[in-house]
Design a protein around this ligand. Structure first.
Ligand SMILES: Cc1cc2nc3c(=O)[nH]c(=O)nc-3n(C[C@H](O)[C@H](O)[C@H](O)COP(=O)(O)OP(=O)(O)OC[C@H]3O[C@@H](n4cnc5c(N)ncnc54)[C@H](O)[C@@H]3O)c2cc1C
Length: 235
C-alpha cells in the first residue's frame, strides 16, 4: 500500500510502525466487530497506558487511509490485544467487517498518551459512545477503586446498549439516544457536577465533543489539566 505524506510526518514525529495479524474475529451484535491481534512487537516496544490507541492503515484506492483505534486488554506478555470496531460506513469499518484470522494490517504508534492527573481525581465524568467505549472501559479499569465515575454514552442503535461497560458498583452509566445530536449535550450539561477534584474525559462525535469541552472550560470554569477532550469521529 502506498503511504501518503501523513506517514512521513508521523515518522518524523517519532511514529513507530508495526504489522498486526488477526488471530480471531467475531461480530458482537449487528454494529460491532471484535478482533484479537498479534501485536508484531508493539506492546514490548511501546508499553501500555489507559485509552492507548494506534493509527491503523487501511487501503483506499491504492493509498493509505489512517484511522485511530483503541487497544482492548493489551497483554504484553502474550504480545496480543483486542480491537473493537463500531460499524458504520467507511474504509476502516468495512475492513473490520471482512477481517478474518491471518489478515494483516499496519499500525503506527504516535500521539497516544494519557495519565491521570496529580493529585488524583475524586470524581470522574466520562462522555463517550460506541467508538470510544473501548477507551472508556480502559479508563474505568485504571481508575482507583474508591473514585466514582459518572458516565454518559451516546448510542445510535438499540443493540449498542448491550455492549459491555466495565462499570464498578458505584459508577452511574446513562445511555443517551443519538437523534439529532442535541440530546447528549442537554443530558450531560444537566448532570455534570463540579468540584476541585472533579476530572472530565470527553470523546464523542467531534462537534459534540467541542461543545461539551467548551461548556466545561468556560461555564464550569474547569482548569485544562482537569479536562481531556478529543473528538473520536466527525459526522
Ligand atoms: C483516539 C481515537 C481512538 C479511537 N478508537 C476507536 C475504537 O476503538 N473503535 C472505534 O470503532 N472507533 C474508534 N475511533 C473512531 C474511528 O477512528 C472513526 O470512527 C473513524 O472515522 C472510522 O473510520 P472509517 O474509515 O470507518 O470511516 P470515515 O471514512 O472516517 O467515515 C465514513 C463515514 O462514517 C461516519 N462515521 C465515522 N465514524 C463513525 C462512528 N464512530 N459512528 C458513526 N458514524 C461514523 C462518518 O461521518 C462518515 O460519514 C477512535 C478515534 C480516535 C480519535
Amino acid at each position: 500500500m502506498k503511504r501518503n505524506w501523513e506517514a512521513l510526518v508521523l515518522r518524523a514525529f517519532g511514529g513507530r510502525d508495526f504489522r498486526l495479524t488477526v488471530l480471531d474475529a467475531r461480530s458482537v451484535g449487528e454494529h460491532c466487530r471484535r478482533l484479537l491481534v498479534a501485536d508484531g512487537g508493539l506492546l514490548a516496544a511501546c508499553g501500555v497506558h489507559p485509552t492507548m490507541w494506534v493509527r491503523l492503515w487501511f487501503e483506499d484506492g491504492g493509498k493509505g487511509h489512517q484511522r485511530a483505534y483503541t487497544l482492548v486488554d493489551p497483554d504484553p506478555a502474550a504480545g496480543r490485544f483486542g480491537l473493537e470496531f463500531a460499524l458504520h460506513d467507511g474504509r476502516a469499518a468495512d475492513w473490520a467487517r471482512a477481517a478474518a484470522p491471518g489478515d494483516t494490517i499496519d499500525a503506527t504508534v504516535q500521539g497516544s498518551a494519557f495519565a491521570w492527573p496529580e493529585p488524583a481525581p475524586g470524581h470522574v465524568y466520562v462522555i463517550g459512545d460506541a467508538a470510544s467505549l473501548p477507551a472508556v472501559n480502559s479508563l474505568l479499569d485504571s481508575l482507583a477503586a474508591a473514585v466514582p465515575a459518572t458516565v454518559w454514552l451516546e448510542y445510535a442503535h438499540d443493540g449498542e446498549r448491550d455492549l459491555p461497560v466495565r462499570r464498578r458498583a458505584h459508577d452511574a452509566v446513562t445511555w443517551v439516544p443519538r437523534g439529532d445530536g442535541g440530546a447528549l449535550a442537554e443530558t450531560v450539561r444537566a448532570g455534570l457536577g463540579t468540584g476541585p477534584d472533579a476530572y472530565y474525559w470527553i470523546a464523542a462525535e467531534a462537534a459534540a465533543t467541542r461543545g461539551l469541552a467548551r461548556h466545561v472550560r468556560r461555564e464550569l470554569g474547569v482548569d485544562r489539566h482537569r479536562l481531556c477532550a478529543l473528538g473520536y469521529w466527525s459526522a
